[in-house]
Ligand binder design. Structure first.
Ligand code: NAD
Length: 255
């Protein structure tokens, strides 16, 4: 959902955008939607599995073969298992958490961001600089409030939870952001993180009510509310910002 918004943010700023995803159908339909909004948008798409180094390298090579230089990278891919689903009740809890789920989710959310930064960031460093933006979450600065996911009538050991992987990945992305901010600073590559709060996407009334009580602005974000921040963080408007985590959560983290 937010990848589309990041794409629109950059297209509106006049950038040429390469959308990548592991879901080709999703990519294709998003591409056609973009062109229906504005036929002059300079937008391309390519299958890329962020957790697979060969796939990332092949996407980078294809973009280079088209004569394009990448100077902005947004690391957005993630696996976000929806905790409301009954099937996740047993396996989301730490007591039962599957090592395979840990590996799969970290491979996408954390290793994927490292691999893309390695491949595309190296090119930026060679070509005079660029910007890396890691999409983290408000859960990069505080712990999930597991009361949000509680279901009536279930025993404590059966209650669904936000999985441990989400916290570890999002905190890890802030470490990666700081590391990258200094790593290529002398080559003109900056790196910052954007930490969105929960975006309204048709979640159930009970969940929305419980969550909005924790947010001083008393509402969830709408999906287009991060576009301005993406434009800021990916442009020279933030030229002196490096290694920071911009938390946009309606004020939840200051309570
Ligand atoms: N939606 C929210 O409320 C919210 C809040 C805070 C942070 N975020 C973060 O924003 C980002 C986008 O979230 P979203 O809600 O749009 O999620 P989403 O699930 O709609 O998008 C994630 C995308 O990653 C892709 N993906 C998964 N595995 C991949 C792989 N191996 N290689 C390439 N692509 C892969 C998926 O196909 C999907 O299109 C995530 O990092 C998420 O954690 C979202």
């Amino acid at each position: 959902m937010l990848g589309v918004e990041h794409t629109l943010a950059l297209l509106e700023s006049g950038a040429t955008v390469y959308m990548t995803d592991i879901d080709e159908e999703r990519l294709k339909s998003t591409y056609h939607n973009m062109l229906s909004l504005h036929s002059a948008y300079k937008v391309f798409y390519k299958f890329m599995d962020v957790s697979n180094q060969d796939s990332v390298k092949s996407a980078s090579q294809e973009i280079k073969n088209q004569g394009l230089n990448i100077d902005i990278l947004i690391n957005n891919a993630a696996i976000d298992p929806k905790v409301q689903k009954d099937s996740l009740v047993e396996t989301s809890r730490l007591e039962n958490f599957l090592v395979d789920d840990w590996d799969f989710q970290l491979n996408v959310g954390l290793k994927g961001a490292m691999l893309c930064s390695k491949v595309f960031g190296s090119e930026m460093a060679k070509n005079g600089g660029g910007v890396i933006l890691n999409i983290a979450s408000d859960l990069s600065v505080f712990s999930p409030d597991q009361r949000l996911y509680k279901k009536d009538g279930l025993q404590p050991d059966q209650q669904p939870v936000k999985p441990v992987t989400y916290s570890v990945i999002k905190h890890g992305l802030i470490g990666l952001t700081k590391y990258l901010a200094t790593y290529w600073a002398d080559r003109g590559v900056r790196c910052n993180a954007l930490s969105p709060g929960g975006v309204f996407n048709g979640q159930g009334d009970e969940f929305v009510q419980k969550l909005t009580q924790l947010i001083p602005m008393n509402r969830m974000a709408s999906k287009d509310e991060y576009r301005g921040a993406v434009q800021f963080l990916c442009s020279d408007a933030s030229a002196y910002m490096n290694g920071q985590n911009i938390v946009m959560d309606g004020g939840r983290s200051v309570l």
